[in-house]
Write a protein that binds this ligand. Structure first.
Ligand SMILES: Cc1cc2nc3c(=O)[nH]c(=O)nc-3n(C[C@H](O)[C@H](O)[C@H](O)COP(=O)(O)OP(=O)(O)OC[C@H]3O[C@@H](n4cnc5c(N)ncnc54)[C@H](O)[C@@H]3O)c2cc1C
Length: 296
């Protein structure tokens, strides 16, 4: 299995930010993944790092990146995929098989494992809607099958965020539909992205904050006067205030902008925004900020 040491992660992260990671393991199968988890019990698990801010000072530990675990199959109405497969790939394969339910995955760059962990969603669909079960690994209990009822899914969260549960693979129940209709929905989702959200050519991690119930984080941040605020190369996006564009900024710059967005909304509206973005790093000042913001 491929192991890299002092691995420069910046070109892999969607923020295009991050220093060197002491050790990165890339398992290519579920068996290799379990071996890696057993031999490195402290290792963090990540997918495509599209929802993760990695410290510019790097991380003096081990992580496992799942992006080489990309097997999947679709049989009847069921799609099963390893955790490292990009959701967009599964979405395209479902369209080719005439299966509807995961058109939303076409629109963003995460892996199946990251999407289950986050209960990712968009355009009125989310993982929980079609999730059947996941093969998971718990450092306490070993292999476990987690059914939908075990997953505690709600808006951008799952039980994996509360318990030590690593997603190895997941099964989704899809609905037969005409390829034309599925394609039209995917095109509509992609068009919405192009017109309302930054593409990956502007380094970003998608929405920074979850929307508070019945409200929009972007609108609150804008009304708090933070649109366009910048620190170093990181800034609140001019077109939608719940996105940060990072053009050459450090992780501290990005966290400074996140803090400003959070604190301004808290001061003006007494609303505590909850970040979607995750953090990887051991810079003590950044860790402190992340704890205060409840990122970690
Ligand atoms: C341009 C852009 C648009 C986006 N739009 C959306 C959107 O519309 N909706 C949305 O929900 N998200 C969106 N995102 C955010 C992101 O793509 C999703 O949150 C995605 O689910 C993260 O997947 P990932 O593999 O990149 O996760 P990573 O960033 O690698 O990890 C995120 C978290 O998941 C955990 N994790 C990853 N893999 C596993 C696993 N196998 N088992 C257990 N835990 C795991 C990690 O430990 C980490 O805490 C967007 C991001 C970008 C860059």
């Amino acid at each position: 299995m491929l192991v890299e040491e002092n691995f420069d992660v910046s070109r892999f992260t969607s923020f295009k930010c991050g220093g060197k990671i002491k050790k990165v393991i890339f398992p290519e199968s579920i068996d290799e993944f379990i071996t890696a988890l057993e031999s490195e019990p402290q290792a963090g698990v990540f997918g495509n790092l599209t929802n993760t801010l990695v410290s510019s000072d790097g991380y003096n530990g081990t992580i496992i990146l799942t992006t080489k675990m990309t097997n999947f199959h679709i049989e009847g109405t069921r799609a099963e995929a390893e955790c490292g497969l990009k959701g967009a790939k599964l979405s395209q394969a479902a369209e080719a098989a005439g299966m509807s339910g995961i058109e939303f995955m076409i629109a963003f760059p995460g892996t199946i494992g990251g999407e289950v962990f986050m209960n990712a969603g968009a355009h009125g669909q989310c993982v929980a809607d079609c999730f059947v079960e996941a093969k998971c690994y718990s450092r306490e209990n070993g292999l476990v099958i987690m059914k939908k009822s075990d997953m505690d899914f709600s808006y951008r969260t799952s039980v994996c965020q509360k318990k030590d549960l690593i997603v190895l693979s997941a099964v989704f129940e899809l609905t037969p539909a005409s390829r034309e209709d599925i394609k039209a929905k995917m095109d509509e989702n992609l068009h919405f992205r192009k017109t309302h959200q930054p593409s990956l050519t502007l380094p970003n991690c998608g929405s920074v904050f979850r929307n508070p119930e019945g409200n929009s984080s972007g609108r609150l941040i804008e009304q708090a006067g933070v649109k366009g605020f910048s620190s170093g190369g990181a800034r609140v996006w001019e077109n939608h205030a719940n996105f940060i564009i990072n053009e050459g900024g450090s992780s501290t710059d990005i966290l400074t902008v996140i803090q400003k967005m959070h604190n301004s909304v808290k001061e003006k509206f007494d609303i505590e925004l909850r970040p979607e973005v995750r953090y990887l790093g051991d810079n003590s000042k950044e860790v402190e900020i992340c704890k205060n913001l409840k990122i970690i």
